[in-house]
Design a protein. Structure first.
Length: 242
């Protein structure tokens, strides 16, 4: 069959994720990997090394890398808040969801059925679908905020009273958890596993959607452009007013 005999078509594209959004996403991804690995070893240290303690600084390096990645995560989040106000409508999606609109719940239920293989295809969305917004708010955004606050509170305990971390975070977060930093550390550790589980699901869903859905997912977070795979049928694309 000749090339000319194939039906030509074009896939419409929409610019969705601006550069700061993409940078924040991949910065988060790298920081979370580093924080999870180093945080695990901080919570469950490796066996002591033989010889003089002055000859080894392994845990010191691990803690330094952990604190550095925590700073990056915190600064990136502050910049992300700034982009919430100056970015496009998609940059504000994961911070809130319009639970008062009936269409939100009907579309969310449609996505649930799609992930359960009960419907043939998902709906088209310029940004995130309602289920993604809901899960990212409760299983990623809020846990990350807690990790930043609790992490700086535990960090501030070591920098002693008078330091910025101790004043801004330790002074109220540790008393909030009964005045026991070990309790706060436990919750910090548990929340790490919540984020890790979310990341695993997030990667699975992203790969699944890139293969099975009607719009690009992974490449969109690299280029910023979302491609729709319905040969130009984009009349049912959901915009950001839901």
């Amino acid at each position: 069959m000749s090339v000319n005999s194939y039906e030509s078509h074009s896939e419409p594209s929409v610019y969705v994720y601006e550069a700061p959004m993409r940078i924040w996403h991949w910065t988060n991804a790298l920081a979370i990997v580093v924080l999870s690995i180093t945080g695990y070893f901080i919570g469950s240290p490796m066996p002591s090394l033989s010889g003089e303690a002055s000859d080894h600084y392994l845990m010191g390096y691990i803690r330094f890398i952990h604190f550095s990645a925590g700073y990056i995560l915190g600064v990136a989040f502050v910049l992300r808040i700034y982009w919430f106000f100056v970015g496009n409508s998609v940059s504000r999606e994961i911070f809130f969801h319009n639970i008062l609109k009936r269409s939100y719940w009907s579309e969310l239920w449609h996505e649930v059925k799609w992930y359960m293989f009960l419907v043939k295809e998902p709906k088209l969305y310029k940004g995130h679908n309602p289920l993604a917004i809901l899960s990212m708010f409760w299983l990623f955004l809020l846990p990350v905020i807690f990790m930043i606050f609790s992490g700086f509170a535990l960090y501030g305990e070591g920098t002693l009273p008078g330091s910025w971390a101790n004043t801004l975070f330790s002074s109220w977060m540790i008393p909030l958890f009964g005045g026991n930093s070990f309790t706060l550390h436990t919750w910090h550790h548990v929340t790490m596993w919540i984020i890790i589980i979310f990341v695993m699901i997030h990667i699975y869903v992203a790969v699944r959607e890139d293969i099975m859905s009607r719009q690009s997912i992974i490449s969109s977070m690299i280029s910023g452009w979302r491609n729709f795979k319905d040969d130009g049928k984009v009349e049912d694309i959901k915009d950001d007013d839901r």
